[in-house]
Each structure stands twice: as C-alpha cells, then as structure tokens.
Write a protein that binds this ligand. Structure first.
Ligand code: AMP
Ligand code: ZN
Length: 497
C-alpha cells in the first residue's frame, strides 16, 4: 500500500491516512436527501468522494463503503426548524413521500452512473432502520445523554466535554450561527441540543410515523447516519465524507451521539468537499433554479465533461460554476480525447472490446525507446505524489500531459494513462476508442474535419435550444451518407451502410 495524505477536518491539517485494519477501509458517506433531483453541486461532492474511494483502491486499500438515503427527518434548516424536506417534495408533486423517495433515489443513481460515480457497496434508506434508531436512542437515554421534553427526545450537548471538536471553531461564533430566527424550540435545554425522535410533530400531516417507547413519531436526521454507519461498519469508522455544509451541525451531532453511545472515539478522519458555487452563492436545492445532469445533457454536454471540470480543481477549494468555465473544461476534455484517439490509431490497437494491457503488448522492437516497467514506475510515482498528497487531481492531469509528451511509444502511453484512469474514471480510452471507431470508416481527413466541425455546430445549436438548426445539420450530414448518434460519450458518427 502506498502512503496517502489527506486533509482531516478533525485535526485541521493534512494527516497520513491510517485505517485501523489495513488494507480494509471503512468509509461512510452522507447520502442524498431524496426530495428532489441532486444538483451538480451535490454531485461535485459525490464525484470527489468517488475519486477518494478509487484512489484508496489504487493505493492498495480495499474500501468498504456505506451510504444512507435520507428519506425522513431532514428539516429545511439542517437543525430542527423549518419544513420537513420530504413532505415539501411530496406536496410539490402531489405524491406520497415514499413515491417521491423512490423516484429521486433512482434519479440520483442514474446521474451517478452517467458521471461514473460508483454505487457504494451498501446503500441504506433511513426508513429501513427505524428499530436501529430506537435502540440507540434508548441506550442514549439510559446513559443520560438524552431527555424528553414537550413530547420529543433531545440529545443533551452539555453532557459532552468537546461538542465542537470537529468544527474546532470559535464556539461563540458557531452558537450564533445556530439560527435563532425561526421556530425557537423552547423544549431544548441548550441551544445546540438536537432532536433524536419527534413525537409531538409540528407537522400534523406527517405521513411516515412509527411506534416507539416515546410515542408514535419519527427520527431526527442526524441519528440516521450514526446508526447506519454503526450497523454496517461497527463501532468505528476509518473515514467519513460529506460536503462542508455538513460539518456543522450534522457531523458535529453525529459525533456527539455516536461517541456518547459507543463510549470511545468514533471516526478519526473527516473528509469534506467544498461547495460548487454560482455567481449568486452556493448552489442549493431550495433555490429551485439549480442545475442537474439532465439539463447539462439537454444543452449538449457530455456528463463526463462535468466530471473532468470538477477534477481540474482541488476538492478543498470552492468551485465557481458558469457555462463559460464548463465550456473551457469541455474543450480541454475534447482535446485530450483527440490526442488519445491519435495514440489509439498509432498503437494499432484492436478495439472490439474494452482495452486491456494485453492489447498493448510492447514489442521487443520498441524496447530501446520504451523500457515500459521503468517508465511506468516513474510516472506512477509522480501520479501518486499528486493524488497521495491530499488528492491533487489537477496535478494528476499534469502527469497525464507529461506522459503524452514523453518520448515513449504510443502503446506505453495508453497503458499508463489507462492505469491512471482507474482513479479519474473518465473512461478515457473507451471514449477515444469511439472517436477512433469513427476514424476507421475510410472517410478522408478533410471530410472528417468537416463532419467534426458540423457536430460542434450542432452541439452549439442544441445548447442554444436552436433545435431547427441542429436537425438541419443532422439532415445535411445524412445527405452525405453520414449518420449521427448521440451517446453517453457525446455524438458519434458513422457511414450509412
Ligand atoms: P443533501 O441531498 O442536501 O443532503 O446533500 C447531499 C450532499 O451534497 C451533502 O454531502 C452536501 O454536503 C453536499 N452539497 C450540498 N450542496 C453542495 C454544493 N453546492 N456543492 C458541493 N456539495 C454540496
Ligand atoms: Zn450524514
């Protein structure tokens, strides 16, 4: 296993990542609240968590990852005030909460698939774990960390010595950040206490309710992640992930109740992804004008160009989204694919199936310029230096471009880049392959250039919702015997047989 250094929100510095029982890594990810589509900001977090998982695997670890699906208990303020998000979704669409949850969970994983985000081994909806929540809350009550007030059960944050240990910020500042404007909950003994179980719901029309020792009700949001993590990964986690907005109160509360329950440290490493912002601020579901993967597709973008865009910047820096930034990234991505396409041709790789190292055997005649093992080891070391140092994906691409420029044979370049793509998951060689399939049609270079230009024009027309022009371009090419097909990897063309 190679060493991996990652920023740790708990210690406020870059730490060497040391799981308890290597090579196993117990990783927990806060899943989506399924009352609406995930926006591309949420998906930035999931892309970077996916890169983390893939890099840990690349470095020799075996990641066991668990994700919850929040289908109950999450209120609009993240604390215990505001509307219930699921109920809000159900009302908006005149459907039941469970219908909404199923629809948006499916939509979430379909977006993940388009972005090559691997589905975690275990995915668990909160509504499937009610008895686990009840058991933990009962134990917290027994240990005197929980109290009943006004019909609800609350966690008593004053019972802990270090409630703020994750956020490690000025306590007063955080206290004032706890919103005081809406629905101050008079039942709480301390401002930072939070609900473990609601029975005296302020939502009389709450659809989902379960029997409990405290009366019929439903769980708070924070308890679900602690319980689902413990249910599948035991009393400790190696790493816990989420977006930075989760640090307080959500992850702070997860730590409070988990450590009160298990009686020792719970998770040593906390990984947080900074926000995707738009000009007006953080992209957020409650804004309603948020962007989705489907919208990007409608505008003619390959979802993987968005993944590429995210990988160009560091996960701990806020990322500004606008279409001009995305266009720049999409162009660089296209250029990269074209360079790989040229390599695929040069390497004369047979391409009937996914590329493997066997397709890229380096002939003895190529050896003088291409001592593969040595060269691979050198670039791999550079790649690990970038990714192993707080997941510096942008620097990882610098190594890719170094490989492209290197004085080595095409097969060696493809093999090395294909290896790095285990982490980037941009499907690089397959995408280049589909470009190359186009190139194997016997159409000359000049005509190919014309076709590619027309495809670009059509993409721009679609982006501007000028579908008449887009259709006219398709027909023009068809008139020349060229057929267009829109695929996950973008538009591909072929000669009509
Ligand atoms: P939610 O579905 O609201 O529970 O959020 C799902 C994940 O997306 C959480 O890990 C959030 O921290 C994260 N998230 C929310 N907004 C953004 C954003 N604008 N940029 C990046 N991540 C975000
Ligand atoms: Zn969570």
């Amino acid at each position: 296993m190679s060493k991996v250094f990652l920023y740790n929100t708990l210690t406020n510095k870059v730490d060497e990542f040391k799981p308890e029982n290597p090579p196993e890594v117990k990783m927990y990810t806060c899943g989506p609240t399924v009352y609406h589509y995930a926006h591309i900001g949420n998906l930035r977090s999931y892309i970077m968590e996916d890169v983390l998982e893939r890099y840990l695997n690349y470095a020799g670890y075996r990641v066991n990852r668990v994700m919850n699906i929040t289908d109950v208990g999450h209120l609009t303020s993240d604390a215990d005030t505001g509307e219930d998000k699921m109920l809000k979704g159900a009302k908006r669409e005149h459907k039941s909460v469970m219908e909404i949850a199923k629809f948006y969970e499916d939509a979430f994983f379909s977006d993940c698939e388009k972005l090559n985000i691997k589905k975690p081994e275990t995915v668990e909806p909160a509504t499937g774990c009610i008895s686990d929540f009840i058991n933990v809350i009962e134990k917290l009550e027994e240990k005197d960390f929980a109290y009943k007030a006004g019909g609800n059960v609350y966690f008593d944050t004053s019972k802990l010595d270090s409630y703020y240990k994750l956020s490690n910020q000025n306590e007063e500042e955080l206290k004032s950040a706890v919103r005081e404007d809406v629905d101050v909950d008079e039942n709480k003994k301390n401002k930072t206490d939070f609900v473990l179980w609601f029975t005296k719901s302020k939502f009389d029309n709450q659809e989902l309710k379960w029997k409990s020792p405290w009366g019929t009700g439903y769980p708070g949001w924070h308890i679900e992640c602690s319980c689902i993590g413990m249910k599948h990964l035991g009393e400790t986690l190696d790493i816990h992930c989420g977006g930075v907005d989760n640090i307080f109160p959500h992850h702070t509360n997860e730590i409070a109740q988990s450590e009160a329950f298990v009686g020792h440290d719970w998770c040593k490493h906390w990984f947080h992804v900074q926000h995707l912002n738009v000009d007006s601020g953080k992209m957020s579901k409650s804004d309603n004008n948020f962007l989705t993967v489907s919208l990007l597709e409608e505008k003619g973008y390959n979802p993987l160009a968005y993944r590429f865009f995210c990988l160009q910047s560091h996960y701990r820096k806020p990322l500004l989204f606008n279409f001009s930034n995305l266009d720049n990234a999409a162009q660089s991505f296209d250029k990269l694919l074209k360079r790989l396409n040229a390599l695929v041709k040069e390497a004369e790789v047979k391409l009937e199936h996914e590329l493997t190292d066997e397709d890229l055997v380096i002939e003895p005649t190529e050896e003088p310029t291409c001592k593969f093992d040595e060269i691979y080891a050198m670039y791999k070391a550079k790649f690990e230096e970038a990714l192993g140092n707080d997941l510096n994906t942008a620097q990882g691409f610098t190594v890719v471009y170094d490989v492209l420029k290197a004085e080595i044979c095409a097969r060696a370049k493809l093999r090395i880049i294909n290896d790095f793509d285990k982490v980037f998951a941009l499907d690089l060689v397959n995408q280049a392959k589909s470009l190359s399939d186009n190139a194997e049609t016997g159409v000359d270079d000049e005509k190919t250039e014309f076709i590619l230009k027309k495809i670009e024009e059509r993409k721009a027309a679609k982006k501007n919702k000028d579908f008449a022009t887009a259709d006219a371009i398709r027909d023009e090419l068809l008139g020349m015997g060229i057929e267009l097909k829109d695929t996950r990897e973008g538009t591909v063309w072929s000669v009509v047989k």
